[in-house]
Ligand binder design. Structure first.
Ligand SMILES: C[S@@+](CC[C@H](N)C(=O)[O-])C[C@H]1O[C@@H](n2cnc3c(N)ncnc32)[C@H](O)[C@@H]1O
Length: 253
């Protein structure tokens, strides 16, 4: 019964009904002091939100082990002809994605990149591999990473706060301009025939200027229906759900 009440209150968070949202916010405020004392991830996320750093896209650091098994499997198969593939996990959070990729491709050199210093600290603390490296997004080390064979951008090019009911029609916190700049930077680091993997994004990779140099990798369910708002080059919402490709191959020019 307590579980049901908790679930019901959780649903109030995104409710269109203002009283339900107020109830959620009130109860959430009561819970906050306890959570703040006991949960360092939450503390860090709130601090980042408060700082309102423009370079920071997604504030949530939510992640998990083997979160995208189909994509990991297909990319492993594609990369198998490369002896020691170099891979970037862009927005690596606390490192689970890097560790998972290391299990799929033990020979790979993997760079976990994140803008959140706490995340990079956690990654380094729990890392036991000599071929996994963790760098801050603005570090010199990341600048020098190049000629990579695959770049995973999972759940990083989004800002879930932009999807709240009162901000329905435009993205403001994370814009298409910022998205495209990041894509251009990553494109420069990616080898010809390399893979760019993007999922859970506020924008469509196909709208970027470099998309003409890429084709979707051919495998079943590369294209998937994503049920969240998608925004265009002018940051206007264009749809509530859309079929999107997730894995792209960079073409020879
Ligand atoms: C929701 S987590 C996704 C983690 C992992 N990729 C996954 O899908 O499980 C998003 C991560 O992106 C990071 N991030 C946000 N803005 C970034 C930026 N400009 N450069 C690199 N990482 C960023 C956040 O700090 C956070 O750890």
């Amino acid at each position: 019964m307590i579980k049901n009440i908790k679930e019901k209150i959780k649903r109030y968070k995104e409710s269109e009904n203002i009283s339900e949202r107020l109830i959620y916010n009130f109860l959430n405020t009561l819970r906050m002091p306890y959570l703040l004392l006991t949960n360092s991830r939450l503390r860090v996320e709130l601090f980042e939100k408060w700082k309102n750093n423009n370079n920071h896209h997604q504030i949530s650091t939510f992640t998990g082990n083997n979160r995208y098994p189909l994509l990991f499997k297909e990319c492993t198969q594609y990369l198998q002809k490369i002896e020691k593939p170099q891979i970037i996990s862009f927005g690596c959070s606390t490192g689970e994605e890097v560790r998972t990729l290391g299990e799929y491709i033990p020979a790979a050199i993997i760079y976990g990149i994140d803008i959140n210093k706490w995340c990079i600290k956690q990654c380094k603390k729990h890392n036991s591999s000599t071929s996994h490296y963790f760098y801050h997004r603005t570090s010199k080390e990341f600048e020098t990473v190049q000629n990579v064979d695959a770049i995973f951008c999972m759940a990083v090019f989004q800002r879930t706060d932009d999807r709240l009911p009162n901000k329905k029609h435009n993205t403001k916190l994370f814009t298409f301009k910022a998205f495209e700049e990041e894509i251009l930077l990553l494109d420069r680091k990616l080898n010809k025939n390399g893979l760019l993997i993007i999922d859970f994004s506020d924008f469509n990779f196909m709208d970027t200027v470099v998309a003409k140099n890429y084709v979707p990798l051919n495998f079943e369910n590369n294209q998937i229906l994503r049920k969240f708002p998608l925004f265009d080059r002018n940051n206007h919402k264009v749809s509530e759900e859309k079929f999107l490709y997730r894995v792209f191959v960079k073409q020879e020019k």
